[in-house]
Design a protein around this ligand. Structure first.
Ligand code: ADP
Ligand code: MG
Length: 334
């Protein structure tokens, strides 16, 4: 039974960057304004995320790593408070099946923090023979989640992740994209033991300055802002897109739908073909899109490792985006 759970968990959490995405979303759900990510060996040896969010109630600690636990938690008694992020209750459970997971958390009104260790969805003692109850400890308001030795118990998956540099790059990419989309949150990402962070955004910096910080002068002054609301389709979107050729080595397409980092191939293809038809020299566009769709019109039941999402009126929404970008690019370049 436990082996089956582990295999299922390894499908949901298939590499460090994909665990990180879930952990970042949890921190954002918790209202964090500061998120610090520390990484050892591409996140395989250690992946840690510290936030200053509302923390986890002590009485919820035994439950947070159980599958589909969310609806059992006190904090969700009022289901109407659930808005943006996933509502699956599988991320922490899955991570606890494939790593050594610990949580240190403190709510503002609590006198101290508590530390809990997990394996296979349940609390376990810090040392063999000890108590598995969360232990009081020192800590800041918020939550520190540490996953160590990812896939220690799934040798085949672990050996597939040999390139720690590549894994770190994926981690950096996820962190920097969320940083761009959440300019109200300070993001830091660093390899443990190195003095300088690879990513360090300030709370309240503008989206555009975060984009410049992350993608460098390569983006130059080519970014323009788009913004549109379509009452019929019940959507709105905004974003920053490159309006001229720039020296980026590859195109960047960054899509958030209702605050989740996702892929949508129809939009991506349509945008690429727009660029190649009207700005053939800007062959590697930079596109950041923040798309809001009525939640009931989005198919949120996507598998966590599959970023592709589907939504209602995909063709018409795609056309609306392309039209808006088209007129902006044409007016900027005329
Ligand atoms: P879901 O986010 O779908 O509810 P997760 O497995 O990602 O499921 O998280 C389980 C629960 O643990 C969350 O619903 C939340 O109550 C709690 N939790 C996880 N991470 C944090 C965090 N950083 N701060 C506060 N609560 C958290
Ligand atoms: Mg979650």
């Amino acid at each position: 039974e436990s082996v089956i759970n582990r295999i299922a968990a390894g499908e949901i959490i298939n590499r460090p960057s994909n665990a990180l995405k879930e952990l970042i979303e949890n921190s954002l759900d918790a209202g964090a304004t500061s998120i610090t990510i520390s990484v050892k060996d591409g996140g395989i040896k250690l992946l840690q995320i510290q936030d200053n969010g509302h923390g986890i109630r002590t009485e919820d600690l035994p439950l947070v790593c159980e599958r589909f636990t969310t609806s059992k938690l006190k904090v969700y008694e009022d289901l109407s408070t659930i808005q943006t992020y996933g509502f699956r209750g599988e991320a922490l459970a899955s991570i606890s099946h494939v790593s050594h997971l610990s949580i240190i958390t403190k709510q503002a009104e609590s006198d101290c923090a508590y530390k809990a260790n997990y394996a296979d969805g349940k609390l376990v003692p810090a040392k063999p023979g000890g108590s598995s109850d969360p232990e009081p400890c020192a800590g800041n308001n918020g939550t520190v989640i540490t996953a160590e030795d990812l896939f220690y118990n799934i040798p085949s998956r672990k050996s597939a992740l040999k390139n720690t540099r590549d894994e770190y790059n994926r981690i950096f990419e996820v962190a920097s994209r969320y940083a761009i989309h959440n300019s109200g949150v300070a993001f830091t990402c660093r390899k443990m033991g190195t003095p300088k962070a690879d990513l360090s955004t300030q709370q309240g910096a503008s989206t555009i300055s975060n984009i410049r910080q992350i993608f460098g002068g390569k983006i130059g002054g080519s970014l323009v802002e788009i913004k549109h609301k379509d009452a019929d389709l019940e959507i709105s979107f905004s974003g920053h897109v490159s309006s001229a050729a720039h020296e980026m080595h590859k195109s960047v397409f960054l899509l958030f739908i209702n605050h989740r980092l996702v892929d949508n191939t129809p939009i991506k293809r349509a945008v690429e073909s727009l660029y190649s038809s009207i700005l053939p020299k800007a062959s590697r566009p930079f596109v950041y899109l923040d798309l809001r769709i009525k939640p009931e019109n989005v198919d949120v039941n996507v598998h966590p490792t599959k970023r592709e999402v589907r939504f209602l009126n995909e063709d018409r929404v795609t056309s609306a985006i392309v039209e808006c970008m088209h007129s902006k690019l044409v007016s900027t370049n005329s």
